[in-house]
Write a protein that binds this ligand. Structure first.
Ligand code: SF4
Length: 293
């Protein structure tokens, strides 16, 4: 980090920006484990099979650390900087949970606390909106229901708080799918946060997925109907997966389906297609795919 000038050096101290701290933690964690593994190999009766097993876990962990930190960050940083007034044009690349929240925000000029947290942190970490752009986005979205003065008084603090600029000054991360599905259940008809695959009724989910697919690719071929001739085949497949309570798999099905070049004969290969577990990944991969085209 010093060599690459990623840190500020002053009087022999290196000042590490908060977004680089996980890099140091992963590095220390890995090197500590390596040292201890070297010690363990010297211990008598330590079976070589055990050792190989531990290494396989470490390899997985390393992949995950690298994916979650370096790869994400690089992807996000390489992405074009999205401005507050461009959110609408990018919303069709959002995962269903965030696409729905955006639609409801646009429709009602408001979101309850759970929705503001889920969507606000996604805008920060997944979309990469700066705090200034975020404040502008929310202020304009709430208008005319909430005027500028009320917004500054009642809502701006929470947005700055999410960016670590107020209160405990924690630089918050966005919620992953597990947290969205399990920690913040929507309890009222006007709570729009949560995961559509888990929290929508079947009828609402079918309607929503139909619209989502159409919106994503207006030129997509007419979807073949399912066996009961009312629900398009891919939606029917997703509902079947949802019935098994495999919500992330249903969402990944949607992701790979919309990117498929052969939608008529699309099949979801669980071995080949990695299951997505974070809304940020869904969006970042989606955008990267779009720009590669
Ligand atoms: Fe969002 Fe995850 Fe649910 Fe997909 S599975 S809609 S990304 S919470």
């Amino acid at each position: 980090m010093v060599k690459k000038r990623n840190v500020i050096i002053n009087k022999g101290y290196a000042f590490v920006p908060s977004y680089e701290v996980d890099h140091i933690i992963c590095y220390n964690f890995e090197s500590n484990i390596s040292k201890n593994l070297d010690l363990m190999i010297k211990i008598k009766n330590f079976r070589i099979n055990d050792f190989e097993y531990i290494y396989s876990i470490l390899d997985d962990l390393k992949d995950k650390c690298e994916y979650d930190t370096e790869k994400w960050r690089k992807n996000s940083l390489n992405m074009i900087k999205i401005k507050h007034n461009e959110i609408e044009q990018y919303s069709k690349y959002f995962p269903p949970c965030m696409n729905f929240l955006f639609k409801k925000l646009k429709q009602n000029h408001h979101l309850k606390y759970g929705g503001r947290m889920q969507f606000g942190l996604f805008l920060k970490c997944g979309v990469g909106l700066s705090v200034v752009e975020s404040l502008l986005f929310w202020k304009e979205s709430f208008f005319p229901l909430i005027d500028e003065l009320t917004f500054d008084k009642s809502y701006a603090y929470n947005i700055r708080h999410n960016y670590g600029l107020e209160g405990s000054r924690i630089d918050y991360n966005s919620f992953n799918c597990y947290q969205i599905q399990n920690n913040y259940e929507p309890r009222n008809f006007d709570h729009y946060h949560g995961c559509p695959f888990k929290h929508f009724s079947h009828a609402n989910l079918i309607h929503f997925l139909n619209d989502y697919i159409k919106e994503y690719d207006e030129n997509s071929p007419k979807q073949s109907s399912s066996i009961n001739n009312t629900i398009p085949q891919p939606v029917f497949e997703m509902i079947n997966i949802v019935n098994k309570k495999e919500y992330n798999r249903a969402c990944s099905y949607l992701y790979y389906y919309i990117h498929s070049n052969n939608k008529e004969n699309f099949t979801f290969d669980i071995e080949k297609n990695k299951v997505l577990d974070h809304p940020d990944k869904f969006f970042i991969n989606n955008i990267n795919h779009f720009y590669r085209k």
